[in-house]
Write a protein that binds this ligand. Structure first.
Ligand SMILES: Cc1cc2nc3c(=O)[nH]c(=O)nc-3n(C[C@H](O)[C@H](O)[C@H](O)COP(=O)(O)OP(=O)(O)OC[C@H]3O[C@@H](n4cnc5c(N)ncnc54)[C@H](O)[C@@H]3O)c2cc1C
Length: 201
């Protein structure tokens, strides 16, 4: 069974940003070499319904659908990340020992899990997380997963709307990047990010 350093459930804004941040260090630090990441996504992001005028760096009036497509393309330049279109139905385990099963019957192992599943539902069995009402949206019946600073427990993180964040692209993206940086810190014991400069390109 394939094993990943980090498996991200949900490939919307938070999940893809987390994956981009994780994979962007792949050639930059010895501790990042040979790490592998997987996103499993049902492909039903809220962004698919959006037309965007207030996301920094995104063309005014861009369709969310185009933006998701471009973000997925961005992942192609990194060899450490894979993306699978599927639905996670079951996840269990703990730090360094998670297992995940999809609707199509595939199974994976992972050291760490990131839940970036949005605010509409959380019906993944086996994880023993506390699902609460999302209190920062106008619409009824939206949910969040109980967490402290985007962490549910050791090895299990949550980002974006699933974490109870406000429904803004930039906030979901920030959560995804923060979870990735927090994981770097756990791996290295110190702060790490990947920044490329003009002079290197
Ligand atoms: C109509 C509309 C207009 C909007 N306009 C704006 C705007 O103008 N500006 C702005 O900043 N924000 C806007 N937003 C908000 C923005 O789209 C969200 O804040 C953002 O998409 C949240 O990102 P997320 O990753 O937390 O959740 P999502 O982007 O919703 O991603 C969650 C992903 O997880 C997947 N998933 C869920 N469960 C599973 C599972 N079990 N297995 C696999 N995958 C799973 C879903 O299919 C989805 O792809 C708008 C939203 C809507 C609905």
């Amino acid at each position: 069974m394939a094993k990943y350093d980090v498996l991200i459930i949900g490939g919307g804004v938070a999940g893809i940003t987390c994956a981009l941040t994780l994979s962007s260090v792949e050639n930059k630090f010895p501790w990042a070499k040979d790490r592998k990441y997987l996103i499993i996504d049902e492909n039903n992001s809220d962004l698919l319904q959006a037309k965007l005028y207030n996301v920094p760096g995104v063309r005014q009036g861009a369709l969310g659908e185009e933006v998701i497509r471009d973000m997925r393309k961005q992942l192609d330049m990194f060899k450490s990340i894979e993306i699978l279109d599927d639905i996670v139905v079951r996840a269990e385990g703990s730090l360094n020992n998670f297992s995940v099963t999809t609707k199509s019957g595939k199974s994976f192992l992972a050291d760490r899990l990131v839940l970036a599943t949005g605010m509409h539902k959380f019906d993944i069995e086996g994880l023993n997380v506390e699902v609460l009402p999302h209190d920062k949206v106008m619409k009824p019946k939206k949910i969040k997963i109980k967490n402290k600073d985007l962490k549910v427990r050791e090895g299990l993180y949550v980002a974006g709307l699933a974490a109870g964040s406000k429904t803004m692209f930039a906030i979901a993206a920030g959560d995804g990047a923060k979870v990735a940086c927090d994981i770097f810190e756990e791996w290295t014991g110190k702060f790490a990010v990947a920044h490329d400069s003009v002079s290197k390109n």
